[in-house]
Write a protein of this length. Sequence first.
Length: 195
Amino acid sequence: MLDDAEKKAEKYATLACDASPDSPVALSLFASVRLSQNRNDEASQLLDVAHTKLFTKPGLVPSYPERLHIVKLFIETEKHGKALELLETLQREDEDNVELWYYYTVAYFSDVSDSTREDNWKNACECAEMCLKLYDKMEWDDEPLREGCFQMLEEIKKAGILLDKEEEEEGDEDGDVDEDEWADTDEDVDMEDAE
């Protein structure tokens, strides 16, 4: 039964590509089929072509949800730069989309090369906070998405990575001096000067 479903999916993806060879949606559909078959190299090549078509064929721009799906496939194939590039174009169209900020979070969180990990995880933290804020504001109903954000935030927290504003707040707390202490210090200086 599974083989039949897989064959049908490949058949429809092939037909879609034959009918619209320049369509990013058709190419991403075929890529999705290849991923399900563990043919990741072929999926990666198809997504590279889809990415090129997205930015060179303005008349073939897919819908917002379709482009979010392509972002998901970019992330699955570890094309984080391409995912972020497409997310930036989507943000310019609608920045109040919960899934937009979720995929931003996943893209930054998943890109963990040694040289960029801390900066990327700080960005992921900011995006997760925005995602959860919009989730509550819009009364979004997608518990796995919400839970995913919390799990990523928890892992970032365990790694000891803080946002710049949190580091500043910690620094302010460490450097806080009671007003009475300042007064005592002033008095000490006056007394020394008097001597």
